[in-house]
Design a protein around this ligand. Structure first.
Ligand code: MLT
Ligand code: MN
Ligand code: ZN
Length: 302
């Protein structure tokens, strides 16, 4: 299995257009070892078969260029076989509209809550119907499906529940305890990779899933629960936004540090998070715990 990080940053990217936090300022000044980062997305493939895009960010155009290899077979061809959605957040779905030039309906995989959100709240699916169209495939948590072409090229994906936080635009329609955010476990040739960019809490079931994966790409949105509140950027804490902070007594680092088997890489990192600064103390804490900070273009072979 091959996994490529296409976007390491959370929504807004780094720098974010209207942000003057220390990281955004540092990257504009090209100092402190911080580079521009695209918004949250990865690509996955097995046996050199076509890539699957996981989440379609507003940066999808340049992100898909990272997947180009070999000679094109025809004047128009897609570098991806389909798009899987972990949730219906704007930073994970807006890219769909940018793929409207597709000469075939886009093959999109997601849960029913995501489909409904993209129909009723942020109507990308009905909008795309006037362009290339969408062929929707339902992903039900706990029920793996094979994305591979045939039995010899299996690429299995299983969705699992992560958070009950609806996108802001669906808050008025949301039903309590509905699963709005899932993670994905991919399996191919005996290797296992789990992607969880929206981790609201870490219970034993999720930790066991992480421990039995060879690599995990996990939510690193905020360092502190009150990071955005302290900067005067938002009035909601990270937890209230469906993202477990990294630091603190019940933060994710202390749990992730206990995992023995998987390679652990943080993704969906908000531009305010000090771990993005290569020379920060917070970055050292993460690395000492055996956890890596993701980077755009990083390829993981399993
Ligand atoms: C999130 O990750 O919680 C969302 O992307 C936030 C947002 O874009 O409003
Ligand atoms: Mn996000
Ligand atoms: Zn910023």
């Amino acid at each position: 299995m091959e996994v490529k990080i296409l976007g390491t940053a959370a929504g807004g990217g780094l720098p974010q257009w209207n942000c003057n936090c220390p990281n955004c300022q540092a990257v504009r000044a090209s100092s402190a070892g911080v580079c521009w980062l695209n918004q949250s997305s990865i690509a996955v493939r097995a046996n050199n078969q076509p890539w699957f895009l996981v989440n379609a960010s507003p940066d999808v155009r340049q992100q898909l260029e990272l997947l180009r290899d070999g000679k094109p077979v025809s004047i128009r061809s897609s570098p991806i076989a389909g798009i899987l959605l972990t949730d219906a957040e704007i930073d994970h779905t807006t890219g769909l509209i940018l793929l409207r030039e597709s000469s075939e309906p886009l093959r999109v995989y997601g849960t029913d809550t995501v489909r409904i959100a993209l129909t009723e709240g942020f109507p990308l699916l009905s909008t795309l119907a006037g362009y290339c169209g969408v062929k929707w495939s339902l992903l039900e948590p706990g029920i793996p499906i094979n994305l591979g072409l045939d039995a010899a090229n299996q690429l299995e994906v299983e969705a699992f529940p992560l958070a009950a936080k609806p996108p802001k635009y669906m808050r008025h329609k949301a039903v309590a305890d509905e699963v709005w955010v899932v993670g994905f476990t991919f399996r191919a040739s005996g290797k296992v990779m789990t992607y969880a960019p929206g981790l609201a809490q870490l219970d034993d079931t999720v930790l066991e899933r992480f421990e039995s994966s060879d690599c995990i790409l996990i939510d690193g949105t905020c360092w502190q629960d009150d990071e955005l509140v302290n900067l005067g950027i938002a009035n909601r804490k990270a937890r209230e936004m469906g993202h477990l902070p990294l630091s603190g007594a019940e933060g994710s680092i202390q749990h992730l540090a206990q995992l023995r088997h998987p390679r652990k890489i943080l993704v969906h990192i908000n531009n305010t998070n000090p771990i993005l600064m290569a020379n920060s103390q917070e970055r050292q804490v993460v690395e000492k715990a055996g956890i890596e900070v993701g980077d755009d273009g990083l390829t993981i072979e399993l």
